[in-house]
Every structure is written in C-alpha cells, then in structure tokens.
Design a protein around this ligand. Sequence first.
Ligand SMILES: NC(=O)c1ccc[n+]([C@@H]2O[C@H](COP(=O)([O-])OP(=O)(O)OC[C@H]3O[C@@H](n4cnc5c(N)ncnc54)[C@H](OP(=O)(O)O)[C@@H]3O)[C@@H](O)[C@H]2O)c1
Length: 277
Amino acid sequence: MSELGNFDGMFDLSGKVALVTGGSRGLGLHTATAFLRAGAKKVTISARKAGGAEGIDQAIERLNKLSGIKGRAVGVPANVSNQAEIQRLVQYVEKTEGKLDILVANAGATWGSKFEDAPDHSSAKILDLNVRGVFLLAQKFAPLLEASGTRQDPSRIIIVSSTAGKNVPHVGENGTIMYSVSKAAARNLAVELGPRNITTNVIAPGFFPSKLASGLIDRLGGTAELEEANPRKRLGEPEDIAGVMIFLCSPAGSYINGVDICVDGGMVLSTGRHSKL
Ligand SMILES: NC(=O)c1ccc[n+]([C@@H]2O[C@H](COP(=O)([O-])OP(=O)(O)OC[C@H]3O[C@@H](n4cnc5c(N)ncnc54)[C@H](OP(=O)(O)O)[C@@H]3O)[C@@H](O)[C@H]2O)c1
C-alpha cells in the first residue's frame, strides 16, 4: 500500500494569501469565492471600479458573508494594464502580508468588430492588459511569490487565457483577432520561474456567461445555440472555474507547471469538425 501524505489536505488552501485581478465579477469573483471556501487566509481582489453594482466593494461584502470561511477578502482598486498601479498593488501586499502564495492574472479585455473597423486603441487596450499587464504582474510579484514558495509547495501563478488563443474563433462581422493573439501569449514563465519555486499554469475558458462574454454570446445566436454546439451541451458554470483553480493552486497541483487547461466542455476540439459526416 502506498502512503499518500496529506491526503486530507490535498485540495486545501488553509493559510494561503492570494491576489485575483478582475475579482469584482465574473470568473475572478468565482475564483475568489473558491479560494475562501477552500480555506485561504486572505484573498485580495482588484479591479478598476470600487463602487457600483459591479465594483469591488459589493464583491467584498458578498465574499466576507460566505458561510464557513476562515479567511477574509479585501479589495484594492488598480488598473493592471498600468505599471505604476501594479507597483502599488505589490507594495500593498508587501506591507500587509510580506509574501504572496497565489497570483491569478484574470483581468482581461476584448474587442469585437470587422477587421477593417478595429481601431488602434482597441489593440493597445487588449495588448496592454492581456499581455503587457500579465507579464508585469508576474515580474513585479515574483519576489513576493518567491518569498513563500518551497520545493514541495511552490507559489502559483495562474493566467486566465481563453480557448480563443488556441483556434481562430471569430473573424468577419464580430472578429476578435487581437484578442485571440493576446490569449496565445501566455507561455515561457513556467520555465523562467519554476527554479524559483513558482509554478505558472494557464486556464483557457470557453464561454462562461459574464459581462465580457454576454454580448458575443448573443451575437453568436444565444445560449441555447452555443449549448447545442458544445460537446457537453452546456456553457461554463462557476463551479467549473472553481474546480480547476483549486486543483492548480492546492497541494494536488504542486508538481504541475506549464500546462494550459481548456475549461470548455471540449468545444475547442469541435471547431472545424465536419459535422455533416
Ligand atoms: N467569460 C468568458 O466566456 C471567458 C472566456 C474565455 C476567457 N475569458 C477570460 O476570463 C477573464 C475574466 O473575464 P470575465 O468573463 O469574468 O469578464 P468580466 O465579467 O467582464 O470581468 C472582468 C473583470 O476584470 C476587471 N478589469 C477589466 N479591465 C481591467 C483593468 N484594466 N485593470 C483591472 N481590472 C480590470 C473588471 O473590473 P473593472 O471593469 O472594474 O476594472 C472585472 O472585475 C478575462 O481574461 C477573459 O478574457 C472569459
């Protein structure tokens, strides 16, 4: 019989300090919820807006009311496509915790239009947030992540990418060419940071209803049509993101470094299928 050390704590995040960018709604809020419910000590969420129905403050209130949690959520407004604001986030975590166990680079921007109509500012916005911003977050937080990672229990970086980085999802009227380019950029860090006891993995979601995705879901024919096209006959749900985040950030995922996991029900494999055969 093999001994499985710490089997009971395999998916436990007790004592962990996490930062989730774009944590005020959508996938980032699902992630922050999952971390707290898995025992995290402190989850800092960040987004640009503090107030309002979709701002950080309402999310913090909801997170701290979750039943059975041991830790707490705090919010720090920051635009993570801006280097000075990323530095401010780093200083906050350094001052309050002195280390970071989990960094989730989740905030992202998209743009849908005809190829000819895409203005240069849309490309700048997407690349600044989805590529430059993610790189800067990893670069500037690396010392704090290194301060807490060990050989057996490395610190974790999770980059929320998209299945749109793996195929050519939308051209024509609602083309998302620059978004697709930006979501294909999340590699390299696993090899750079692995020796510093920091793992880096990518989660590539398919469609999850959210503010970012809902407009495109509607333009593509709506939820029912997209569900029908999906091999699992449904879109993504909060639990689907929670499961993969907990897996990659807990002891269960400590030896996984450099993977890129689609969370899409197998949809990306269906693209290009000759469905009439
Ligand atoms: N939902 C999907 O179907 C889907 C599919 C594939 C990939 N994704 C990826 O998943 C991630 C989250 O998307 P979502 O669907 O959850 O979107 P969402 O519901 O629109 O949430 C986006 C979050 O990012 C924040 N944010 C946006 N720009 C920011 C900036 N410059 N600095 C800091 N925070 C910023 C938003 O808050 P503020 O507006 O207040 O800043 C919000 O908290 C994105 O990277 C997206 O590309 C989503």
